[in-house]
Write a protein that binds this ligand. Structure first.
Ligand code: ATP
Ligand code: MG
Length: 559
């Protein structure tokens, strides 16, 4: 892994500003280090050789105080810049990750583990804090300080400068060797953590099922095992980190000792003045320090970098063409659905992971204002056909025409604005019932929300709740029955008031009485709209003007 990932500069612009600030502050630090050493060497020489008293040294002492305060100030500024930048970069990356995940759409998301994505967006990105507050500034110092200090030493004593120039590169060489090992371990550690979180999420969500089938204990063991793997991976990374600190410390101590021995010998022989000798001795360790520290900080930052790398992978996954560039083909306006015919022309969809297509050459025509029912066996691709119409899935071959415009050429947002959809498994969000219904049309009045709930036959049960429409729901609509959830999703679609209504088995969880009430509402809505419904139940099929069978493709012959 590169010390500075160029993708970080590309995806998080704040990083550039921060680098510039770090370079300026790093140069200031180098200047202050040299000033401090010069002042010290000067004072010590005057005190020992010149017999200067404390009074004589008042000016350099005050200057030294100023230098020390200056270094504190620079350190503080660096901290402030680091924390501001890392906060900004984290929020930029999070926003981009989220926006891109949305653009990639449900088809991509179904292939990802939501646990891993959640870990990335939260803990993963947080690990960048160390990268910004510790590693990056240190990296800049590691370039500036040795050069500046080396140049100053060269002016005083070339032999020491040469010694330093020869030994200094050993530190990065060893650091890189150790770093390569850490990198591999860290990758593994990150993978275990992702597995752990994905697995954990899965198990928690499926706990009732596991309990019933007596597998809860086995899962606990499995989690224990993965946790243990994670612990071992962390410990072995840490061991290497500590070892690397030892190696680098040893190297720089020996190098400084080399410089010191040569200076000592020449001092005794009288080949070197005390002031220069002192200056070199004080400065020499300063040349090694930042390089050594950058090695140590690297380990602290690897986690953040690894997570950032995963984020960049997601960000650089190309989005489906129609979704990635909303508005670029705005030339093609969405046809008026009140008059447009929708045609599926030999549409085939194959999910990446499957060999057999989910939808095999479906052709159908829906005239404006019609109500059609898609029927067919489970797994035939009815929901997939709706997903194609919604623009979530792109046909692998064939096309969908809305009047004479190809669906792929329409601006996806403008197209979806004309659709109300009740998915087969509607998603309810944490929030009140009213807020969940209002998703259909955010500016709807309270009266409209009530009317929509009424049409979906949801009002009777909502009014029976102590808080009515303001009842808060848990995650995924926790606290409601499946039929109640379905009716809220229906109310949401009714409120939307869109010219095209897509219903995916909207009454599968309802009793006959509720179903009748909902069908009444659908019938009323259908009067002025195009409706495509996926239906198994006869009552729903009866509602349609026409049925379109979606056949189950023949099973592929495996040889
Ligand atoms: N995200 C996915 N990844 C891979 N395969 C999928 C995915 N979603 C659906 N499939 C497959 O595509 C085929 C069609 O699925 P689809 O959900 O469209 O069927 P359906 O007709 O709606 O069935 P049902 O009546 O049971 O709802 C199935 O074989 C299914 O296994
Ligand atoms: Mg379905």
């Amino acid at each position: 892994m590169k010390p500075l990932d160029p993708r970080l500069l590309k995806h998080a612009r704040t990083t550039r500003t921060f680098l510039v600030a770090s370079v300026v502050l790093g140069a200031a630090t180098a200047g202050l280090i040299i000033a401090q050493a010069t002042l010290l060497a000067d004072m010590l020489t005057r005190a020992f050789l010149g017999g200067a008293t404390l009074g004589d040294l008042r000016v350099p002492l005050l200057l030294l105080l100023a230098v020390v305060l200056g270094r504190a100030l620079v350190a503080w500024l660096q901290e402030v810049a680091a924390h501001r930048s890392s906060a900004a970069v984290k929020s930029q990356l999070r926003a981009r990750l989220l926006a891109h995940a949305l653009r990639l759409g449900p088809r991509w998301l179904s292939g990802e583990r939501s646990g891993e994505l959640a870990t990335l967006a939260t803990r993963g990105i947080d690990a960048l804090d160390d990268y910004f507050s510790r590693y990056l500034p240190q990296l800049v110092l590691a370039v500036i300080v040795p050069v500046a200090v080396g140049a100053r030493i060269l002016l005083g004593d070339w032999l020491s400068a040469v010694t330093i120039a020869v030994t200094l590169p050993l530190i990065p060489v060893f650091a890189i060797l150790v770093g390569l090992t850490t990198q591999r371990k860290m990758d593994r550690q990150w993978r275990t953590l992702s597995v752990l979180s994905a697995h954990f999420l899965d198990v928690v969500a499926g706990l009732p099922t596991l309990k019933i089938f007596g597998r809860a204990r086995a899962q606990a063991d499995k989690i224990r095992e993965v946790t243990d793997r994670h612990r071992r991976a962390t410990m072995s990374t840490l061991r290497i980190a500590f070892l690397s600190a030892l190696v680098l410390e040893l190297l720089s101590t020996i190098s400084v000792a080399l410089v010191a021995v040569s200076i000592g010998l020449r001092l005794v022989e009288g080949g070197l003045g005390l002031e220069t000798a002192l200056l070199v001795l004080i400065l020499a360790p300063e040349a090694y320090l930042p390089l050594r520290q950058v090695g140590a900080q690297y380990h602290a930052s690897v986690e953040g970098l690894t997570a950032a790398g995963r984020i960049f992978e997601v960000l650089e996954t190309p989005a489906p063409a129609s979704a990635s560039a909303p508005g670029t083909r705005a030339g093609v306006g969405v046809p008026d659905l009140g008059r447009a015919t929708i045609r599926f022309d030999n549409v085939t969809v194959a999910y990446d992971s499957r060999e057999a297509p989910a939808l095999d050459g479906l052709s159908l025509t829906v005239h404006p204002g019609e109500t059609v029912a898609l029927t067919g066996p489970s797994g035939a691709g009815k929901s997939t056909a709706l997903a194609v119409l919604l623009g979530f899935v792109r046909p692998d071959s064939g096309r969908v025409l809305v009047d004479w415009a190809d669906l792929a050429d329409l601006d996806p947002d403008a197209w979806r604005a004309r659709i109300a959809w009740v998915p087969q498994r509607p998603h309810l969000f944490t929030g009140t019932i009213a807020a969940n219904i209002r998703l259909g049309r955010p500016d709807a009045s309270d009266a409209d929300v009530r009317a929509a709930a009424q049409a979906a036959n949801a009002l009777p049960f909502i009014d029976a709740l102590p808080d009515g429409l303001d009842t808060p729901l848990g995650e995924h609509g926790l606290g409601l029955s499946a039929g109640q959830r379905q009716r809220i999703a229906l109310a949401r679609a009714f409120l939307r008031d869109a010219p095209l209504l897509l219903l995916d088995e909207p009454t599968s969880n309802l009793d006959m009485e509720s179903e009748a009430a909902v069908l009444d509402a659908v019938r009323r809505l259908a009067a002025s709209r195009t409706v495509i419904l996926v239906a198994h139940r006869p009552a729903l099929v009866a509602l349609a003007d026409r049925t379109i069978p979606v056949p189950l493709r023949p099973e592929p012959v495996t040889t």
